[in-house]
Write a protein that binds this ligand. Structure first.
Ligand code: MG
Length: 631
């Protein structure tokens, strides 16, 4: 029978190294316990800087219901000449004292990086055997891990060879996915190691970067599912060995160091549940099958309502309904529904108070909302219900990391059903020139990209796309889209270190992340944009130089380029197809709309983002100057 782990589905005890979390030791331990970790690794530095005794740490952990699974790291121990060797044995005894005070029986010894370390596996084995013998006298155990940058031992197989030669029941192997996968080493052989000789398992992912492995490890590790390493295959091999101990996260990451511990802890636990699902160690409810975006909801007050209604009217949206019990109106163009919510005492009004006019909810069509919610809950995203009036539907929702509500609506609804329940529909919309919502781009707070990627990947099964770096006139923007398997929901995520870029300003000026622009699909962009202009829509004016360059780059014919230029349309093409874009002026200096015909093209027009951001920045600067002149 499976022991009682705190996550109801987990096949393993789940642990996290204190180094992975920001803050003081007490704060780290509380964050780990509150989210539901079973245990922790005590990172030596966290203990050294803790204002209290190891016994205090033991007591805090016991009160929080956390086990201390391991004390780490013990460095530069094996295969050292005298007098280092004798000193190391004394050092080990002192650390054993600390471990006993902490109440943990396992120490992590990582392979030596010391210049004096001797290249002799037999010596390494003999030293570790002696350490294990000393540990055994106190009922303690020693685990040996190959550091990817170890001086003579850097592969798990070498560490396993040394452990085998050491041949002591209190000496075992520790494996860490980063150290194995960062060297492109093959983890599959781990399945052949007897599970009981693996004393501990650490997981970490990382983006693929070309840099020295030590710096890569110290700054860029992240949680499984956030990076590009094949942590799944690694964990499969671990499972194949029959290993039954804790699975732990040891993450050194600059962003995590500056993020609240409770947020990082949630992502960590989520990643461990997700990776177990990916190897079949536990079974999550299947990810939803999506059917596109059902509606976008904006938080407004009366004034913003009227301004936004007038703005979207120029894009051809017509008011077609009024909510039965709330101060909410429904606008439609094609199959795109925009809901303007000015209801007091609602999630929308809270959102409005914090952010001003903004998208507060996105409704996605899914095959089975109940299953989607069960999956979200198992992945630590609790469901959320808005209060409803009599006869209205209760729409299940989860909260995205930025607080935006994501409604989950059953795809069998034609879209009419849900609106007919809640709204008095006044007229049918015309077919119009727009069809569906193509993508919804969000601006994220600095340091939070990995968190959002994991959220959408784990909970909704979205696939992360390649990362782009887009130059804004005031800094770089990093962009990575999350896309549903069928391509019907696309969410580009944008992040910027600079507060002055379009993305940075959005986040700093409007108190947090949120939807920065929405793109609508059209079958005829020339007709759509011409009509919208006729209705008073204003689009970003594109400088003539852009069109000269475009013609040169893509070899387009004169007439076509003239047509693009006449309507300020931007163009891109790649092997997947052609892409034409029009960008609306920004509403209230906050968000804007994009019109795109998606003819098989799979990306988001990254080459044009620089142009778009430059024009937007010029217009912001001009507006500021204008304001100053008026003063
Ligand atoms: Mg490690």
């Amino acid at each position: 029978m499976r022991p009682a782990f705190r996550h109801p589905l987990s096949a393993y005890a789940l642990s996290i190294a204190t180094v992975s979390l920001a803050g003081g030791l007490q704060e780290k331990l509380e964050a780990a316990a509150n989210i539901g970790f079973d245990g922790v690794e005590i990172f030596e530095n966290d203990l050294l800087t803790f204002d209290g005794t190891p016994e205090d740490v033991r007591r805090i952990c016991a009160d929080l219901g956390l086990t201390i699974d391991i004390f780490q790291p013990f460095r530069d121990f094996e295969a050292m000449p005298e007098p280092y060797r004798a000193r190391n044995m004394d050092r080990a005894e002192r650390k054993f004292d600390v471990m006993q005070a902490l109440g943990t029986d396992l120490v992590l010894v990582c392979s030596s990086v010391h210049p004096a370390c001797i290249d002799d596996p037999a010596r390494a084995a003999a030293d570790l055997r002696e350490m294990a013998e000393r540990a055994a006298k106190r009922g303690l155990r020693v685990g040996f891990e190959a550091l990817a940058w170890g001086r003579h031992t850097n592969r798990w197989r070498q560490a396993w060879d040394i452990v085998t030669r050491g041949n002591h029941p209190n000496l075992g192997l520790i494996v860490d996915s980063f150290h194995t996968l960062s060297l492109d080493d093959d983890p599959t052989g781990i399945a052949a190691v007897p599970g009981e000789k693996i004393f501990y398992v650490q997981l970490a992912d990382a983006p693929k970067l070309s840099m020295d492995v030590l710096s890569w490890s110290r700054h860029f590790r992240n949680f499984p599912g956030q990076g590009q390493l094949d942590v799944t295959s690694f964990m499969k091999a671990v499972r194949g060995s029959g290993y039954a101990g804790p699975v732990s996260l040891e993450i050194f990451n600059d962003d995590f160091r500056s993020t609240q511990a409770r947020l990082t802890a949630r992502d960590g636990l989520r990643s461990l549940v997700f990776v177990q699902d990916s190897i079949g160690a536990l079974k999550l409810p299947a990810a939803p099958v999506f059917g596109g975006v059902q509606f976008l909801e904006f938080a407004v007050d009366e004034m913003a309502h009227d301004a936004l209604a007038a703005f979207i009217a120029t894009l051809g949206f017509r008011k077609i309904g009024t909510h039965r019990s709330k101060n909410v109106t429904l606008f439609r163009h094609g199959q795109i529904n925009l809901v303007l919510n000015a209801e007091q005492d609602s999630a929308a009004s809270e959102h409005f108070l914090l952010h001003g006019p903004a998208v507060c909810a996105v409704a996605l069509l899914v095959d089975d909302p109940a299953r989607a919610l069960a999956r979200a809950k198992a992945l630590l995203s609790p469901d959320w219900f808005e209060r409803v009036g009599a006869g209205e539907r209760r729409i299940p929702a989860v909260r995205a990391p930025d607080g935006t509500l994501i409604y989950l609506i059953e795809n069998s609804d034609t879209g009419r059903g849900i609106f007919e329940d809640d709204f008095v529909l006044t007229e049918a919309a015309d077919a119009g020139l727009l069809s569906t919502t193509d993508h919804i781009a969000q601006a994220l707070p600095t340091g939070r990209m990995d968190s959002y990627v994991l959220f959408y990947r784990a909970i909704f099964g979205f696939e992360p796309q390649a990362t782009f770096e887009l130059p804004d006139p005031y800094g770089l923007i990093r962009s990575r889209a999350m896309v549903s398997a069928d391509g019907s929901v696309r969410l580009p995520l944008n992040i910027s270190e600079s507060r002055e870029t379009a993305t940075g300003r959005f986040v700093s000026a409007f108190a947090g992340a949120g939807v920065h622009h929405m793109a609508f699909d059209t079958t005829d962009i020339f007709a759509a944009v011409a009509q919208m202009r006729h209705q008073g829509a204003k689009f970003l004016p594109i400088p003539p130089n852009y069109y000269d360059d475009l013609q040169a780059r893509h070899g387009l014919d004169d007439d076509f380029v003239a047509k693009l230029q006449a309507l300020d349309l931007l163009y891109d093409c790649d092997e997947s197809g052609e892409f034409i874009q029009a960008f609306s002026e920004t509403f209230d200096d906050r968000f804007f709309f994009e019109i795109v015909p998606r003819n098989g093209y799979v990306a988001f027009g990254a080459p044009n983002a620089t142009m778009r951001m430059a024009v937007q920045a010029q217009r912001r600067d001009a507006a500021k100057l204008g304001a100053r002149l008026v003063l």
